[in-house]
Design a protein around this ligand. Structure first.
Ligand SMILES: CC(C)(COP(=O)(O)OP(=O)(O)OC[C@H]1O[C@@H](n2cnc3c(N)ncnc32)[C@H](O)[C@@H]1OP(=O)(O)O)[C@@H](O)C(=O)NCCC(=O)NCCS
Length: 566
């Protein structure tokens, strides 16, 4: 009895020593002698446990507990208390951080040697079977939650799950470990997502539905579109209409009209979309949403023809604004991330607001298109100071001067790039060579007052003029500024723009007009002189000595027009 216990204890000591040596030195450096020394037994005793180092490995491995992360999958398989997807994501994170928590280094050695030793292969296969069954059970749980597509075989998914853990554990010590844990997790979740059923099961719904308008900003890739659609499908939303528009370089704006089950709230739609997009705007739809978006837009245009006063509401609907107001050109907020200020007429601006998400370029372009329509409908009272003017320069070339629209920002930027450093310096008093986007957006309108652009009949913008309140809350003084592209200077365009700006400042009932001009800017001085208004110099200690502040009273001006007005 005592003898057998001795034998048993000796065997355990030998296996413990072998286990440690196999873990620290690896099978290539473990001999029966080294195990005998470590266990303080004879080599013969070691041989009785395993006649070869591979036998020792087999004995050690068959008694190894599974590492903790591997056990986590086995627990999930036995008791699906946790969501299988979150278990897999946790396991993926742990496996990436510590591959040995999925595969013990000794078991890995056994896996590698198994094809060359039948007995070892038997032991390894038994253990892998246990892992396989657990992984297969979790795959089954995922499938019943609709997260595995019918085309994907259970065995393939199970093998993939096992192979990733084993591969990580095998390769981790050998690869330059430069991957970010976050990037790895995104990869895993993307991968899991790609396994998910395209048409998740059990989604039939016959109950009442409500229309929603949804605008989603997502990456510009078919995959991103697919993810948005899948999330909507999971909510049993019917997509009635969808338009996609490229935004910036790598983004797209998806415009959707949805019919969503009545029990799903707007914030539920928003949070679901937040998991698959950068930003989204979710608004209750209307009866019009029964039609597709193109029909809606055309019907909107028809309404506008019948009733041009509906332009502000139409602009708000087009830009998905929360609210809109029509304000005098000289009051209210300037454009910002959540405000889009549109020059509707010379006297009235439409101010759209959206708190949920900043307006994006395509929305500004759409608003511009609407203003073009409004402009065309207004049948331009030419030369009368209506929506725009056609003038003829001294060399006979016709030019249109009109209110700027949001979509002019790019053309205004291009004009500034074509201008000389001198011209830009004279206008902005700073050697600005790179024009920042937001500055330009402001220059191209969107503020109280008025912005005029001068455009060739080919549509190129060659001049820009602004009149705006001198101080944020000032209603008395308007500042006037303009720039004409160098190659278009000297033909009367500056004078024409100036005249319209002065007229607009008067229409907005400003009392004073202010011009800040470099003392050396003879052209601008001559231009101001030629307006016929009485400009006086006004000392301003806050201005640099090189800048002259000229002030004129409005109301009684005799304005000389240098350009012919047709
Ligand atoms: C100032 C500026 C807007 C004038 O534009 P423009 O289209 O050249 O102006 P016009 O052709 O209408 O010329 C207007 C008047 O300027 C005067 N003028 C033009 N070129 C001149 C020159 N080289 N020297 C002196 N006066 C000149 C003339 O008196 C002309 O009147 P005229 O028609 O009776 O001859 C333009 O030169 C410009 O953009 N400059 C850079 C930006 C700037 O200085 N902005 C003003 C500061 S806010």
């Amino acid at each position: 009895m005592a003898d057998r216990r001795d034998v048993e204890q000796r065997r355990e000591r030998i296996l413990a020593a072998a286990a440690e040596l196999l873990e620290t030195r690896g099978i290539a450096n473990v001999s029966r002698r080294s195990v005998a020394e470590a266990a303080e037994v004879t080599i013969r005793s070691v041989s009785s446990v395993g006649s070869h180092r591979v036998d020792l490995l087999r004995e050690v491995v068959s008694g190894l507990p599974f590492p903790p992360t591997s056990q986590r999958i086995q627990q999930q398989a036995a008791d699906a208390a946790d969501n299988p997807m979150s278990t897999i994501l946790t396991v993926a994170r742990d496996a990436f951080g510590a591959p040995a928590s999925v595969w013990d280094v000794r078991e890995l050695q056994a896996v590698v040697l198994a094809p060359f030793d039948d007995a070892l292969a038997e032991t390894v296969r038994e253990r892998i079977m246990l892992r396989w069954e657990a992984a297969a059970a979790v795959v089954g749980q995922l499938r019943s939650a609709g997260a595995v597509d019918a085309d994907i075989d259970d065995d393939a998914a199970t093998l993939h799950l096992l192979a990733v853990g084993a591969g990580l554990a095998l390769l981790e010590p050998l690869v330059p470990h430069s991957t970010e844990a976050a990037a790895w997790l995104s990869l895993v979740s993307r991968h899991l997502e790609s396994l998910a059923a395209v048409d998740p099961p059990g989604l039939a719904y016959d109950g009442p539905r409500i229309p929603w308008r949804v605008r989603v900003l997502a990456s510009a890739s078919p995959g991103a579109t697919a993810r948005v659609l899948r999330v909507l499908a999971l909510m049993r939303a019917d997509v009635r209409s969808m338009l996609s528009h490229t935004h910036a370089q790598d983004q797209q704006l998806l415009d959707l009209v949805l019919d969503v089950p009545a029990n799903i709230t707007g914030s539920a739609i928003e949070s679901a979309l937040a998991s698959v997009s950068r930003r989204s705007i979710v608004m209750r739809g209307s009866g019009d949403d029964a039609q597709d978006l193109f029909t809606q837009v055309l019907d909107g245009a028809t309404d506008l023809v019948a009733n041009p006063d509906s332009a502000p509401a139409a602009a708000a609907a087009l830009a998905l604004a929360d609210s809109w107001r029509v304000l005098p050109a000289s009051s209210g907020p300037d454009s910002s991330a959540e405000v889009m200020r549109l020059q509707w007429t010379p006297d009235l601006h439409v101010v759209l607001t959206r708190k949920a998400a900043p307006f994006v370029d395509v929305e500004r372009q759409r608003a511009s298109a609407l203003l073009r329509l409004v402009d065309a409908l207004a049948n331009k009272p030419e030369g009368t100071g209506g929506f725009g003017w056609r003038i003829t320069l001294k060399d006979g070339i016709p030019i249109d001067i009109r209110l700027a629209r949001p979509a002019d920002a790019d053309a205004v930027a291009a004009m500034h790039e074509r201008c000389s450093d001198d011209a830009r310096y004279q206008r902005y008093f700073a050697p600005v060579s790179a024009w920042r986007e937001d500055q330009l957006r402001r220059l191209a309108g969107g503020h109280r007052g008025a912005t005029l652009v001068a455009q060739t009949l080919d549509g190129e913008i060659v001049g820009l003029g602004n009149v705006f309140p001198e101080r944020p809350d000032s209603t008395e003084s308007a500042e006037l500024a303009l720039i004409v592209e160098d190659s278009w200077q000297g033909w009367g365009l500056g004078a024409s723009l100036m005249q319209r700006l002065i007229e607009l400042a008067e229409r907005m009932e400003f009392e004073n007009l202010v011009a800040l001009v470099l003392a050396t800017n003879v052209k601008m001085m001559a231009l101001l002189e030629n307006t016929g208004i009485d400009w006086r110099r006004d000392a301003d200690p806050e201005l640099p000595a090189t800048v002259v502040r000229l002030v004129a009273q409005l109301g009684s001006a005799q304005i000389r027009d240098n350009a012919q007005v047709s």
